[in-house]
Design a protein around this ligand. Structure first.
Ligand code: ZN
Length: 406
């Protein structure tokens, strides 16, 4: 697939000498407290997988207050707002994800202790959302004269079974789908990380069903839990290479009703990943073969009753790929990071960037500054100290790619 090239409009060093940009960069220092207050407000609004509406609505109001145009919540639930420059193109998406991994019953109250903020999703992706709003604010308030345009997006469905549904909609069915020239997302904290390679994954639900029966009286009937055991054993024996890193996980199993009943159903959920598409395909083929072999083995050993049935459902699929390290977008991000005195680190991960990368659109994911810990747990925390550096880096990348007028 051919990589769409976006021209680099301004180097990060050029930008730093532009008076309005210099003022904007200082804004992140002088408004550090207000940016953290905004992060607390948005993270207090609950957002669960497939339950992002309330947080999207909050962001919609924020975009309207900041006088973004074309503000809307799209059919999938993403919140969008545009800052139009001298022309629509290049059109650069700046995004962060609205969803968290937590259920709607979680307590989203933000607790402050010393320098740290505690709340589910406070860093992932609360600090990305704070960055999104801070960048929109500073570009509007400082009236930075853009050449191209910026589409700010709070996406839905980045985590887990959301399966990138928000960004997928944006790039396949959304009204801007064919217009986007580059994509940048803020996800989590940090100053050095530049995610330019997409970690691909496939996720399956496996279901074995059979006639069931009494453990004594019906012994010899094909047993779905036994089949599941055979299946897991086969998968666990897969010789996954360390390089390219390839992993598999049975993350959840379920089945049966009691100790003296032959179950009629057993299920598991399986996660397969690799940094290389060819290895992911090899693992995927092995996995499916193993499931069928396990079913055949269990059916072959039964003494009575109907054969059990196997059903494989693909519940998640994230493409692999990369934005080359010598592409203008990545080079700009490397330069901006070094200008701030930080040694950049190219990284591979599964983020909203996977989708544009798979379509050949230059895309990276950046840390939004600050530090965090206990991600994806109820003890998640975020420390905003030094956040301004992450925001400065973000602004230099955004402006370098969209271009500013002298
Ligand atoms: Zn995230």
């Amino acid at each position: 697939m051919s990589q769409i090239r976006v021209a680099l409009r301004n180097s990060a060093a050029q930008l730093m000498s532009h008076s309005q940009v210099a003022r904007a960069l200082r804004f992140f220092e002088t408004n550090a407290g207000a940016i953290t207050e905004e992060q607390i407000r948005i993270c207090t609004v609950p957002a669960s997988p497939f339950g992002e509406q309330e947080r999207a609505e909050y962001l919609r109001q924020k975009f309207s207050e900041l006088r973004l145009t074309e503000v809307e919540i799209d059919e999938e639930g993403n919140c969008l707002g545009l800052i139009r420059g001298a022309s629509l193109k290049p059109l650069v998406v700046v995004s962060a994800h609205l969803d968290t991994v937590f259920s709607k019953d979680a307590d989203f109250t933000v607790v402050k202790r010393d320098h740290k903020l505690f709340a589910p999703g406070i860093a992932d992706d609360g600090c990305g959302l704070a960055a999104l709003i801070a960048h929109a604010s500073v570009i509007q308030n400082e009236r930075i004269p853009l050449e191209g345009s910026l589409l700010f997006v709070g996406t839905v469905g980045e985590e887990g079974e959301g399966n990138l549904r928000g960004v997928r909609h944006l790039f396949t069915k959304g009204r801007w789908a064919s217009e986007v020239d580059a994509f940048l997302s803020f996800d989590g904290p940090g100053l050095d990380r530049i995610t330019n390679r997409a970690l691909g994954s496939r996720r399956y639900r496996v279901e074995f069903t059979g006639p069931g029966g009494h453990s004594w009286g019906d012994f010899g009937v094909a047993n779905p839990v036994h089949a599941l055991g055979r299946a897991i054993s086969r998968l666990a024996g897969y010789p996954a290479p360390k390089d390219p890193r390839t992993t598999f996980n049975v993350g959840r199993i379920e089945g049966g009703t009691g100790v003296n009943s032959i179950p009629s159903r057993a299920t598991m959920e399986v996660d397969l990943r690799s940094t290389a598409e060819s290895e992911l395909q090899r693992l995927d083929a092995f996995f499916r073969r193993a499931m069928h072999d396990a079913a055949d083995e269990e059916n072959g050993s039964r003494r009575t009753g109907d054969a059990l049935q196997l059903k494989l459902t693909l519940i998640g699929e994230r493409p692999t790929g990369e934005t080359p390290s010598d592409s203008p977008l990545v080079e700009l991000a490397l330069e901006a990071t070094r200008l701030l005195g930080v040694e950049p680190r190219l990284d591979q991960s599964s983020t909203d960037s996977n989708l544009p990368i798979s379509l050949g659109i230059p895309a990276i994911t950046l840390g939004a500054g600050g530090t965090s810990g206990s991600s994806h747990t109820l003890d998640e925390w975020y420390d905003p100290r030094d956040r301004d550096k992450g925001l400065k880096r973000g602004l230099l990348v955004i402006l370098g790619i969209v271009g500013i007028k002298k």
